[in-house]
Each structure stands twice: as C-alpha cells, then as structure tokens.
Design a protein around this ligand. Structure first.
Ligand code: CP
Length: 342
C-alpha cells in the first residue's frame, strides 16, 4: 500500500482527510488518462480476490474491470462458492486467501467478518459493503461531488442532505461528509434516523447504543474538520443543500418495519421530488447510490433530469474511484522491490 496508509480499507474513519483526498485525486487522474486511451498497467500480474455474500452490479463490475484496466486480474467468489465461516473459520480462510492473492475485497453480511478477514490476511482487504458501512461508495460519491462543486465552493463549504432511511450508505456518507468538514443533514422519520435506527437488527436499546457510537464518530470528525451533523424530521433542514441524496427505503434486513410497510413510513414525505429538490435550492444536485426503486424514494422526473441528476456519473465513478483505491492499497511493483533488494 502507499506509504503512511493502513494495510486495509475497512472504514474511511481510519484515514485522514488528506489521505482520502489523495485517493480521489489519483482516481481523477486515472480517469482522465484512461478516458484518453492510456491504460497504466500499475497492477500488472496482480490478482484481486472478490468475495460476495450478496448480489452486486456496480461494485462487482467496478472492481473487476478496474483490475483489467490496470493490467491485473480479478477472481469472483459468489455466495456458497468458498469457505467463509462454515466448515472453515473466517480466520483460516483469511490466512489461506491472503497468501494466494495480492489483494482481497469482500461484501459481507456481517461487518465482523470483513474485520476478521483483514486481521488474518497478509494481503490488504477492502470492504465492499457490510451492514455497518459502504466505504467504496463513499469514495465514488466524494469524487462525484468534487467533480461537480457549485461555482466558487470548496468541498468543505458544501451542504449535503440525505433523505430517508439510515442505511449503511447514509451512515457512510455521514462519515465522509463529517471527515471533509461538510454540513451533513439526515432528513428522516424517527426510528429511522442515525441515532436510533441505523442498525436494522436488534432491540431498540441495541440500536440506540449503536446510533450513539455512530454519532460520536461523526462528531469527533467534525471537531477536527469543522463540519456539522444534523438529524431531523423537519423538511426545512434540507434548505441550502448542494447535494440531495437518497437510498432505497428497505434495508438489507427488514422489508417490514415494526409491522408496517416501509411505504407507510416513508411515502410521500421522504420521496425526493422536484419540489424537494427546489426546497434544497434551485441548483441542488441529486445523487443515489443505486439501485433505485423508481416511484418510491425518488421520482422519474428527478432521476432523469439531465441538469440535476448526478446518479449516472456517480455510478461510473464507482469504477474510477476503485481504480485509485486499488493502486493505493495493492502492493505493487514487486519486480522493482525484488530488484531493489538484490
Ligand atoms: N451501490 C452499490 O453498491 O451497488 P451494487 O449493490 O450494485 O454493487
């Protein structure tokens, strides 16, 4: 991995603001040179192992094609295709896989598994999403915002409004925005706000304790960066937002919320409509991690607006930012190291 960085990318809170911006700068540079037809084979002969315990379109394709672009190779291990905490412990699988590939990524059902993979694998591990966070999404989204800053503003001057459920993507965006020094707002119903509803399993007390931990991390980031975090069910809180973001209303674990349909909880108050976009501001931009459920958390009008919607460039930037991440975290130029050591 690049000098000064941790071995693994599990949680963006383990990186400094400067380190995160360095990955974004590298990603933008790689995007530019590859769009101009030059593919720098920085990861030639390297193999990425990709563990997916859940389905994925963007994350899988981004990692796999990013490795090809950089001259390396990716192997896909879907649900049920490798040992991961069944007959063989996660720790032993990590020991073995970490000796067989150069770098690993994992999308897991339980965050503790990606943490264990990182702890016991000699190869670096990248978190491809857990129930706790989605740190590769954070990077692509930050890159998208930086490429689309309002005139005259820096990233730390921007306001970001997340609308709806406190999914792991919402929590991740709270982390990255607070790290950058931005003004982060979650506009969502009580019971689905970061402090009380970010964990879609467990008792009310467990969710509240977890929410407290998450808020403490964000507030610690704000102390360093000068950012701010607001959580509210008052729509006025989104006024002045430069970026309006939403995610699906059903988490990974609960299609039903407290016996009620998620539609009853969120619709229509938390649907991103053009009126909501204009309440944020006349030039606010729309973002979505995708996949979207059109007509639920967002209208077609917003999603397909060529001026306001960034969601397609955001999806493309998953790949560009993952290239920067792989170059930063994959041990590369082994041949050069060997020559240096000889
Ligand atoms: N946004 C995102 O992670 O998409 P996939 O689930 O398709 O990878």
């Amino acid at each position: 991995m690049a000098a000064g960085f941790p071995k693994d990318y599990i949680d963006s809170n383990e990186l400094t603001k400067e380190q995160i911006l360095k990955i974004v700068d590298l990603s933008i540079a790689l995007k530019k040179c590859i769009k101009n037809g030059y593919y720098p084979h920085l990861l030639q002969d390297k193999t990425l192992g990709m563990i997916f315990q859940q389905v994925s379109t963007r994350t899988r394709i981004s990692f796999e094609t990013a490795m090809t672009d950089l001259g390396g190779h990716a192997q896909f291990y879907g649900p049920g295709t490798i040992q991961l905490g069944g007959h063989e412990s996660v720790e032993d699988t990590a020991r073995v896989m970490g000796s067989l590939v150069d770098i690993l990524m994992a999308r897991v059902n339980r965050h503790k598994d990606v943490v264990s993979l990182a702890k016991y694998s000699a190869a670096p591990v990248i978190n491809g999403m857990s129930e706790f966070n989605h740190p590769t999404q954070e990077l692509g989204d930050l890159m998208t915002m930086i490429e689309n800053l309002p005139a005259g503003k820096k990233i730390e001057d921007c306001k970001f409004a997340f609308i709806g459920d406190a999914t792991q993507t919402c929590v991740s965006l709270m982390f990255i925005c607070s790290k950058m020094g931005m003004d982060f707002v979650q506009f969502g119903p009580k019971g689905h706000q970061i402090p009380d509803g970010a964990l879609h399993v467990g008792t009310d007390e467990e969710r509240a304790a977890f929410g407290k931990q998450l808020m403490a991390i964000g507030e610690e980031n704000c102390k360093v960066s000068g950012g701010a975090i607001t959580v509210s069910d008052d729509p006025e809180c989104i006024k002045g937002a430069d970026f309006v973001y939403t995610d699906v209303w059903y988490g990974l674990y609960d299609e039903q919320v407290d016996g009620a349909s998620y539609m009853d909880v969120f619709y229509p108050t938390y649907q991103v409509t053009m009126d909501m976009m204009n309440l944020a501001g006349p030039d606010s931009k729309f973002m979505h991690c995708l996949p979207a459920t059109r007509g639920e958390e967002v209208t077609d009008e917003v999603m397909d607006d060529p001026e306001r919607s960034l969601c397609w460039v955001e999806a493309e930037n998953r790949k560009h930012s993952i290239r920067g991440l792989l170059v930063t975290f994959c041990p590369w130029n082994v041949v050069t190291d060997e020559v240096d050591a000889a």
